[in-house]
Design a binder for this molecule. Sequence first.
Ligand SMILES: Nc1ncnc2c1ncn2[C@@H]1O[C@H](COP(=O)(O)OP(=O)(O)OP(=O)(O)O)[C@@H](O)[C@H]1O
Ligand SMILES: [Mg+2]
Length: 242
Amino acid sequence: MTENAIQLEQVRLSYSGKAVIETASCRIRKNAVTAVVGPSGSGKSTLLRTLCRMNDRLPGFQVEGSVIVLGRDIHDPTLNVYELRKRVGMVFQKPCVFPKSIVENVTFGLKFHASPNGKGFSERAEQSLRDVFLWDEVKDRLDDPANTLSQGQQQRLAMARTLAVDPEILLMDEPTSALDPKSSRAIEDLILSLKDRHTLVLVTHNVDQAERVAEDLICVDEKTICHKPCHPLPASVTLDPL
Ligand SMILES: Nc1ncnc2c1ncn2[C@@H]1O[C@H](COP(=O)(O)OP(=O)(O)OP(=O)(O)O)[C@@H](O)[C@H]1O
Ligand SMILES: [Mg+2]
């Protein structure tokens, strides 16, 4: 039987008492690509942020029910949240770069998660930048501020930073929405190349992308989450065409 990387049982997610997800039970398989689809405002980003406890500090946000990630209840008081975030990386919907240089953005996480003496950092940074097809564009300006990059480049930089610490689960919230078709296809190829070693969860509004990369599909809608067959996508799943 395939192992699950993530399992939700009777989960309710709410902001200030108002439910975004009322009751949801679903599973995400290990070492597979799962696409998350659903209308705008249905709770896709909220779901992803919950899985790596990124909403912890939002006043009024509440998670009820059981959320098991890599075998651990994410609200187990003995769970180390930094350790969780090393194992579960997230690329956000809006490109998120730190006010630092391009290279420092990529090595940022390594300082906390890898060997503290910085050994091998530049090699890891180069590899991660190559993985997201950014290396050739930035190799001559690694010390420039990251915010001088275009939106699409910033999105790939954020992805490189997340990949650099080699998370077991990679959560990606519309990672290609700011990219041109060629870069989007390159990121899709990267996603496919990662799936043997990683569990990938991808929010997308792009029907063709979901069909190209995902083996599993979950739909967030009407305050619940359900599994759908992925190939072909059912007509009830309405996504934006490319
Ligand atoms: N910090 C917050 N405080 C209060 N409500 C919020 C907060 N963040 C999101 N919401 C609400 O929760 C609901 C789900 O938002 P979410 O961002 O998860 O949707 P989404 O499915 O990712 O949408 P999109 O496809 O537009 O990105 C929306 O009604 C939104 O207004
Ligand atoms: Mg969203």
